[in-house]
Design a protein around this ligand. Sequence first.
Ligand code: FPP
Length: 241
Amino acid sequence: MPRHIAIVMDGNGRWARKRFLPRFAGHKSGLNATRDIVQACSDLGIEALTLFAFSSENWKRPKLEVRLLMDLFASSLQKEMSRLHENNVRIRFIGDLSAFSGKLQELIAESERQTAGNTGLELSIAVNYGGRWDIVNAVQQISSALVDGTISKEQIDTDLVSSYMSLSDLPDPDLFIRTGGEQRISNFLLWQLAYTELYFSDTLWPDFDKAELQQALEAFSKRQRRYGKTGDQVEGNELNA
Ligand code: FPP
């Protein structure tokens, strides 16, 4: 079982188009899928789930779609908070939040505050997030620490860099899922996905349900994670190890 799952929820627009509906109807339906998958992960005892809800590049979408998405984030946060809290889910947002309205930033901060003491699923929502932004952000902080003498150049190693990245307190994702048929990482967690198993599904996000999640988990359970070692070493086959 993966400890940490990261998901690119793609295909809302195409789901709507197939039904001759506006793109926004796809996002609303996508929200229902999101609710079910959060619940499923929580029920399965998955430790952490990280969802890509809005990338730094998504601002380039039509103004109306961006505005409706922001409204959807705000209203869903208000509506879903109590249930998430009851389910012991701890919620956090990653990304450059400064670009959002004061109201949305306040809702985000409130949801994080309210659930900070929860010990169940760690739900991270990436908004105005980009993997390169995350790395640049870490480099800037490390540079400041170098300049003010808190760290020395020799101390910079992968563990130190990791500690400056988003989600540094969580294990790196074991399983990455992207729905909607594209096989790309699209500037999601670049640093954190170094050894993650990648799983791509043709299913559009609004149709991604618990059974689809089970399929992804089953595929994951058959993968052999070698981290650069040989298969024999991983299997503890001493003669060839
Ligand atoms: C990608 O589909 C989806 C998004 C950019 C928005 C994701 C938002 C949700 C699933 C709704 C709510 C989520 C939370 C966490 C409150 P797309 O529009 O790129 O689809 P397409 O590739 O078919 O056009």
